[in-house]
Write a protein that binds this ligand. Structure first.
Ligand SMILES: NC(=O)c1ccc[n+]([C@@H]2O[C@H](COP(=O)([O-])OP(=O)(O)OC[C@H]3O[C@@H](n4cnc5c(N)ncnc54)[C@H](O)[C@@H]3O)[C@@H](O)[C@H]2O)c1
Ligand SMILES: C[C@@H](O)[C@H](N)C(=O)O
Length: 373
């Protein structure tokens, strides 16, 4: 039989399999082989093994960055404090250490990851460890190790232990040849940063494990995330966090991106709620496993004008960082998230005016705001 016809007969049904979190492989295990870590052939690759009435047992990796502590707070309110374990390779500050379970976990250490998942009967894993776009360009080999090798460990441990896995992707998974305004879910993805390349790799590997091993993989492409009580970890969108601190404390801000650089952004509470919602969505509602999510899109100049409404003496100046600017110029300007809205009911709460009011209130600029009004 010609090779192409034979392949089509064998692989065809696998490619046509619906995008649900359903259980068995379409091909017999002896044909597919076992997982890359050679787990026994009768291993169970089904999705989350807790019953519907139980709470999931959650592990968050890289949890001490900009997003992890907020996610842990949200999940602990929903599932109980002791059901959510925060982990990182850094030492937690006191308030984090005393707010719920914390554990040291280096995602490059596969055996220790497996031990944590087994000993704590983990059923959901939120994989937040990463090097972001700007720090990734400054240390490519570390970014490659953490973002790619680390992801392989996470995929294997999740597949072997029937763990539902969330991995965030990013606007950075697109590049200069992608449509930028708007950027749909499925289009050309040729990013030019190690961060972006590793995130496209994560999207594709997660989907591959889903179709091949039945891994319940779920992924959202986040815009730049803006938070008040946690600091960004070295990305291109960091200016949109720092501006609020500097505006409230000093009345001025030096921006490292050009005034007209338009990027998709989102307030952290929308981002974390979206993450929980997609993890709770019934598998049959997910027509895809990787979704764009969107809230707002603005330039530094537009953000500064909104800040000026609260702080009339606010001044913005520009001192463009060439590396960050080149990255930003290759990223989407607007994100098309219509599939997330249609499939699992995504909707954002914060637009630019609410974002600015909330951020400035956090930094205690109420007196300036009051004076301006
Ligand atoms: N913050 C954003 O604007 C944004 C936007 C899009 C996507 N994301 C994604 O969301 C996730 C969380 O982002 P964040 O902003 O909190 O990142 P962050 O850079 O603030 O935090 C990442 C964490 O990973 C940890 N880490 C590094 N190496 C590790 C290792 N070997 N083992 C375990 N942990 C390790 C770091 O200590 C750090 O605490 C990342 O995957 C990021 O790509 C973030
Ligand atoms: C956009 C996102 O992935 C991150 N904040 C970065 O700028 O690298």
């Amino acid at each position: 039989m010609p090779v192409i016809r034979m392949l089509r007969r064998v692989v065809g049904p696998m490619l046509l399999r619906p995008a649900c979190g359903c259980s068995t492989s379409v091909l017999p295990v002896r044909f597919l082989g076992t997982s890359p870590r050679q787990v026994a052939a009768d291993a169970n690759y089904h999705s989350a093994s807790f019953s519907e009435t139980d709470h999931p047992r959650v592990l968050i990796t890289g949890g001490l960055g900009q997003l992890g502590v907020g996610l842990a707070n949200l999940l602990r309110k929903r599932f109980g404090k002791d059901n959510v374990i925060l982990s990182d390779i850094r030492k937690p500050p006191d308030h984090v250490f005393h707010s719920g379970p914390f554990i040291y976990s280096d995602i490059l250490d596969y055996k220790s990851l497996r031990e944590i998942v087994v000993n704590n009967r983990i059923t959901w894993l939120f994989h937040y460890s990463a090097l972001l776009s700007a720090v990734g360009e400054a240390n490519v080999s570390l970014a490659r190790a953490v973002n790619i090798t680390g992801l392989h460990n996470i995929l294997d441990v999740a597949a072997e232990h029937s763990v539902r896995l969330f991995v965030p992707s990013t606007i950075g998974a697109f590049g200069p040849t992608s449509p930028r305004n708007p950027t749909p879910d499925v289009c050309i993805q040729r990013p030019r940063t190690i961060y972006g390349v590793s995130k496209v790799h994560a999207e594709l590997m997660g989907e591959y494990y889903h179709y091949r091993y039945g891994l319940d993989f779920r992924c959202l492409r986040y815009p730049g995330i803006i938070s008040a009580d946690s600091q960004p970890g070295g990305g291109t969108t960091d200016y949109a966090v720092q501006i609020f601190h500097d505006a409230a404390k000093h009345g001025k801000f030096e921006c490292n991106l050009d005034s007209s650089t338009r990027l998709p952004m989102m307030y952290i509470s929308d981002c974390l709620r979206a993450t929980l919602e997609v993890m709770e969505a019934p598998a049959e509602s997910l027509s895809m496993r990787t979704y764009n999510i969107s809230a707002m899109s603005f330039t530094p100049q537009e953000l500064a004008l909104e800040v000026l409404k609260h702080i009339p003496e606010f001044e913005i100046t520009y001192n463009v960082d060439a590396v960050r600017q080149a990255i930003a110029d290759s990223w989407p300007m607007n994100f098309d998230d219509s599939n997330a809205r249609k499939d699992w009911g995504w909707r954002h709460d914060f637009d630019l005016p609410e974002l600015v009011t909330t951020m400035l209130n956090f930094y205690g600029s109420n007196t300036r705001v009051a004076r301006a009004n």
